[in-house]
Design a protein around this ligand. Structure first.
Ligand code: FAD
Length: 365
């Protein structure tokens, strides 16, 4: 009897892996996601969920992809809600971006009076404020709905043990090995986020970039009668309101290895920095605090496309924008895997820009 094979195996059940699984399944593929723990509990659980497609700090090479992905979001959300039957907090109120000086920016510059009328509780003196037409989403609700939709679409998920290596024959991938078993497929995609480098024999060079953040709630209705409506992005802190009244405050950017501990002093500093922008936050109660590991890459761009092993692909290294970039990544990767034109120029993201193969020699030495 022949053992089971899938058309594609995706390693890693975060938002990147699950979005791609949904897209490949939509095109008729039998898909297996192999997740070492519980799907959707790493960076995709920790993110703030800003869909910051117009951020002036986004690298130029990423802007087209960011815009395409942001434009896909309303449909992405509608599909996931319909297919999962779950709610997803998707907010379309825009971002107030605060810069210390005028900058080239694809937003509308706001006067101090306009800022006050949009956000009565926000102190913006000393800043130039811009209104950006950006959305935000609750990544946990997004992830839960994506997983439920994947289940209903017939995507299979094997959880609980990590993929340690690929199986390869004649320079082409034939499947994966986990610590417990093996799975066969002629196509494998590494969507392991900050851990992408741990699947032998080639190293996709991502690294963890720690982010700590907290959420606060107001014990009473804020003085101005309503909580924050817009995302606010300042220079040292950002504020992301949720529809249930919580406000997320983030985030640190730390090179701390695979450490996800939360430091209460750091959390307090974040709350204090937020209270400079919205003084009432100084009185708000901390609801939760957590840390996650962004998948960083050596040049700050995603690592997406074919690798040097036949039919082994990477979709990792989305760093600070993986929630935003999930729908466009799924579209582009599914097209590359199916041999179609990716529709977006993704040459800047090619895994071949890094000397992955040197790591092969290093690893097997
Ligand atoms: C504090 C913070 C704030 C953020 N804010 C935003 C934001 O506002 N907007 C935005 O767009 N993005 C934001 N991000 C970034 C975003 O969360 C990430 O880019 C995105 O979640 C990456 O998704 P992923 O699926 O690649 O990685 P992950 O969600 O980390 O998923 C990778 C999965 O692979 C699994 N895995 C790893 N190794 C193996 C293995 N060997 N075998 C099997 N499974 C494996 C892991 O267990 C994990 O489930 C933020 C991130 C953090 C940490």
């Amino acid at each position: 009897m022949r053992s089971k094979t899938w058309d594609a195996i995706i390693i890693g059940g975060g938002i990147i892996g699950v979005s791609l699984a949904l897209e490949l399944r939509h095109h008729g593929a039998q898909v297996l996601v192999v997740e070492r723990g519980e799907p959707g509990r790493e960076a995709s659980h920790a993110g703030a969920g800003m869909l910051a497609a117009l951020d002036p700090e986004t690298p130029a090479a990423l802007r087209e992809m960011a815009r395409v992905s942001a434009a896909k979001y309303p449909e992405f959300i509608a599909e996931l809600k319909a297919e999962s039957g779950m709610r997803i907090d998707f907010r379309r109120n825009g971002t107030i971006y605060l810069a210390s000086a005028e900058i080239p920016c694809e937003g509308t510059e706001l006067s101090a009076a306009e800022v006050k009328s949009l956000e009565p509780g926000l102190e913006c003196s000393g800043y130039v404020a811009y209104l950006l037409a950006e959305d935000s989403v609750d990544p946990r609700e997004l992830m839960a709905a994506a997983l439920e939709a994947a289940k209903r679409r017939g995507v299979e998920i094997a959880r609980g043990s990590p993929v340690t290596q690929l199986t390869i024959e004649a320079d082409r991938v034939t499947g994966v090995r986990t610590t417990k078993t093996g799975f066969a497929s002629p196509v494998v995609v590494n969507c392991c986020g900050a851990w992408a480098g741990e699947v032998a024999p080639i190293t996709i060079p991502t690294r963890p970039v720690k982010g700590q953040l907290l959420s606060v709630v107001f014990p009473q209705r804020p003085q101005h009668g309503r909580s924050l409506e817009h995302v606010v992005r300042g220079e040292s802190v950002y504020l992301v309101p949720r529809s249930d009244g919580r406000i997320l405050i983030g985030a640190t950017v730390e090179e701390a290895g695979f450490d996800k501990r939360v430091d209460t002093d750091v959390i307090q500093q974040l709350q204090q920095a937020a209270a400079i922008l919205v003084p009432e936050i100084g009185e708000a109660r901390i609801h939760d605090a957590w840390a996650g590991l962004r998948p960083g890459s050596p040049d700050g761009l995603p690592i997406m496309g074919k690798t040097s092993v036949g039919e082994y692909f990477a979709a990792a290294g989305h760093y600070r924008n993986g929630i935003l970039l999930a729908p466009a990544t799924a579209m582009v990767m599914s097209r590359i895997i199916r041999g179609a034109d990716p529709e977006i120029d993704v040459s800047a993201f090619s895994p071949s820009r890094f000397p992955c193969d040197e790591h092969v020699a290093f690893r097997s030495a």
